[in-house]
Design a protein around this ligand. Sequence first.
Ligand SMILES: [Zn+2]
Length: 445
Amino acid sequence: MVMAKNLLNNTSTKKESIRYIVGNGVVTDGLNLLLDNGAILINGENIEKIGKTDEIKEEGIDFIDVEGRLIIPGLVNFHHHLYSSLAVGLSPHGKTENFIHILENLWWRLDSALDEDSVYYSALLGIIDSIKYGVTTIFDHHASMNYVSNSLFTIESAFKLAGIKGVLCFETSDRMGKEEVQKHIDENLEFYRAHEDSLSIKGMFGLHANLTLSDKTLKKISHMKPEKMPIHVHCGEDITDLDYCIKQGYRGVVDRLYKFGLLNSTSILAHAVHLSEEDYGILENIKPIVVSNPESNANNREGKMDRRQIKRFVLGTDGMSGDMIGTLRSLYLLGEGIQESLDEMKKIFFNYQYDILRKFFPETGIFEKGGKADIAVLDYIPITPLELNNITSHLIFGVKGCKVHMTISNGNILYKEGRITFLDENKIIEESKRVTKELHKRYYG
Ligand SMILES: [Zn+2]
C-alpha cells in the first residue's frame, strides 16, 4: 500500500485548529434554525457562534463568503458498502435473474477477490466521493472474505486520512465455513473494543443477513457480543430472507434476530422490505434504526419498504452512490411523488438523522454552539422563498442531488469548489487504477 503521507498534496491546506467564518449564506438545520444571510464561526473542531453575518463578522478572522448558498449540517449515509467502489462496469459471472444470483455472481465474487490494497482504495475512493456530496459520516457494512483480519482497521486508516466520521463493521456470514466465521466475529469484536472511546470512528457488530447465518452462529454471537454493542444487518431485503426464517421456525426476519437477543434501539436494520406482521410489531416495541435504501431496492427490483408500517427511518445508499440528497429525491420519486408528505420527508432527512447520529457521536448533527463543525455548503442559491416548511421541496427540486460547494468536517475544510483540499487526488486515482486492474483480474480469474 502507498504510504498515506504520499497521498497528501504538497500544499496540504486542511484547515486545523483555527478560527474562521463561513458566511453570507442561508443557514439552516431544518429544525428550528433558519437564518437568511447567516454565518457560522468555527473555532478548531467546534462551532463557536451562529448568527447573522453582520453580527458574526470580526476583523482579523478569515471570512469565507459562500455568496448566498445553502448551509446545512454535514450529511449522513446510514448504510453504505465502500468495498463496492471499484465494481463499476464489472460483468456478473452468470445470471442475475434473482437476488441470490446477484449475490453469488457479482457481490460475493467481488468481496472474495478483495485484498488489503483494494479494500483501502475502495474505501478511500468511496469516502472522497461521499465528501464531494457533503457527507461527513458513513455507516459502512464491509465484506472482504479473503482479507478478514485487520480489514476494518485498514478502512479506518482511509477514514482518518480523509477526515470524516465512520461506523464500521464486518459482514459476518456462514457462507465461507466454520473457521472463517470465527474470524468475522473476532474482527468485529476487536474493532469495536478498540474504538469504544473514539470520537470519530466506532464499531458495530456486522451481520450479512439471516439467510447466510445459522442458528448456531447467531447463538454464539449473542453470547460473545457485549450487550450494548449494536448489530448492523441486512434485514428482509429480499423475500428469500423472510422465507428462510419462516422455514427455520421463526415468525419473521426481525423475530429471528429478536429471539437471539440481538436487537436494541441502536441496532441498524437495512432495507426492511420483506417483513412479517410479527416483525412490524417487534419494530414498534424495540424501535431499532431502520435504514431505507430506495435506489438499491429499485436496482434489485425488491419492491419498497412499507412506509405505512414503518414511519421512523433514515436513508442509506447501499453502495449505489455517495449522494444523500439524490437518495432523498429517489425516495420521493419512487414513493408517492407529489402526494408525499414533505413534512414526513423532512423528519427523515433532518430530525431522525440527528437523533440517531447523536447516539454514536454526541455533539454532532444540529447546528449549535459547542457542537462539532460538520457542515455542507450546498452548491445552491435559493431564489424562491425558503422556509422551514418547504426546505424538503428545495432539496428535491432545487438542489436535486449534486456535488456540494464545500464540505467541512470537525472544523476542517475537506472539499471546496470542486477540489479535495489536502489530498493528492491524481495520485489516489493512479494507485486505484493499478489496484483495480489486479482486483478485476482476480474477479474474472
Ligand atoms: Zn447493503
